[in-house]
Design a protein around this ligand. Structure first.
Ligand code: 5AD
Length: 365
């Protein structure tokens, strides 16, 4: 608001403000007045002019919908084996320099126990696309977790599967599924992935997850190699039409043993700006301040929350395996990023007048 008073003569700024307001209005009108790609692009090109206004609006919308509550999810990294060779990812199958591990069902149950005792009521099972974890093994595991912790939500983040597999997971009791599209532009997708990976299939997976009734998470990395602002605008359009219940947005961070080792990390402020646009577009979305954001800036998590994020996902994987789940270098997994650090987390949240919410934190219409 301050910005308007200071520079009433600046017509570009007025246009940008009315565009941000339009995103907000469109979000409650459902399907009417969807924002066009060129409008998102204009905002991205001029983010510095509209950054504070957008962030304040996003932060306000977060408070209106969730008051001062921040949901926590226990992240369990179940395997770093992966059959894919995504060029950006440190656990891609071509990387011979990492020690591979796979948690046993007993170890995963143990992680759930630790997390439950700490107060977590959502378990996120994330891993590479590890062929060891057949549908049968996954479903058995899900059923055991649900049986022992019927008051908890389960989120899976295990990559692309067939519609039939997703249906089995749903039947077994999975509540949520995270699968970032990585980019909505198929040409860009092909620059990030080898030929055997297919953009159409990725998008179909997301549609299937939505249709099966999962709380579905989409998203992308900010500043991934070859990404343009136009690509990001396309992702924003994609997310606007998909209306996922969760959105994962974090900066790209290079990993030294990947093809993209020499590319720079994604920009902090651009990431924060995009988080704000997503919060304004989808007021009730579950939006984590991601580990990648904390990894590029020690204040990343707080800044993310002040830009509209309302979820954090501390790591509860066994300590000795955490270093091996390095999707990128210098990944935060200790202190506030870990489960042991819930007290530290609360202290961090105190400073911005927020508090941990220990409920399941499902998406509410
Ligand atoms: N930098 C940041 N994020 C990454 N991811 C994978 N590799 C990297 C990286 N180098 C993200 C992808 C994936 C999620 C689990 O982690 O977006 O979907």
């Amino acid at each position: 608001m301050e910005v308007i008073e200071k520079q009433p003569e600046n017509s570009l700024q007025e246009k940008l403000i009315s565009l941000v307001d339009k995103i907000s209005i469109a979000s409650v009108q459902d399907k009417k007045n969807l924002i066009k790609k060129d409008d998102f692009l204009l905002l991205l090109q001029n983010k510095d002019l509209i950054f504070d206004y957008t962030r304040n609006k996003a932060n306000q919308i977060r408070q209106e919908n969730f008051s001062n509550k921040i949901y926590i999810r226990a992240l369990i990294e179940i395997s770093n084996y992966c059959k894919n060779a995504c060029y950006y990812c440190g656990i891609n199958c071509k990387n011979q320099n990492i020690q591979r591990y796979r948690l046993s069902s007993e170890q995963i149950m143990e992680c759930c126990k630790t997390a439950y005792e700490l107060g977590f009521r959502t378990f996120v099972l994330q891993g590479g696309e590890d062929i060891f974890f057949t549908d049968e093994i996954i479903c058995k595991l899900i059923k055991s977790i649900k049986e022992k912790y019927p008051d908890c939500a389960i989120t899976l983040s295990l990559g692309e599967k067939s519609k039939e597999s997703y249906a089995l997971y749903k039947q077994a009791g999975v509540d949520r599924y995270l699968l970032r599209e990585e980019t909505a532009n198929s040409e860009h997708y092909q620059k990030l992935h080898p030929k055997n990976m297919n953009h159409k299939n990725r998008l179909e997976c997301l549609r299937s997850l939505k249709n099966l009734g999962f709380q579905t998470g989409a998203g992308f990395m900010v500043g991934s190699p070859f990404q343009t602002l136009d690509d990001i605008a396309q992702d924003l359009c994609f997310i606007q039409s998909l209306k996922p219940e969760m959105v994962g947005i974090g900066p790209f961070i290079p990993h030294e043993q990947t093809e993209f080792a020499k590319f720079p990390s994604g920009d902090l402020n651009l990431t924060l700006f995009i988080l704000s646009l997503i919060r304004i577009m989808l007021p009730k979305v579950l939006l984590p301040a991601t580990t990648a954001l904390s990894s590029i800036n020690p204040e990343g998590r707080t800044l993310g929350i002040l830009s509209g994020a309302n979820v954090v996902m501390p790591n509860v994987s066994p300590m000795e395996q955490r270093k091996n789940y390095a999707l990128y270098n210098n990944k935060a997994s200790v202190n506030e990023e870990s489960a042991e650090g819930l007290i530290l987390l609360q202290k961090q949240l105190d400073k911005i007048n927020c508090k941990i919410d220990f409920s399941r934190g499902d998406y509410q219409q």
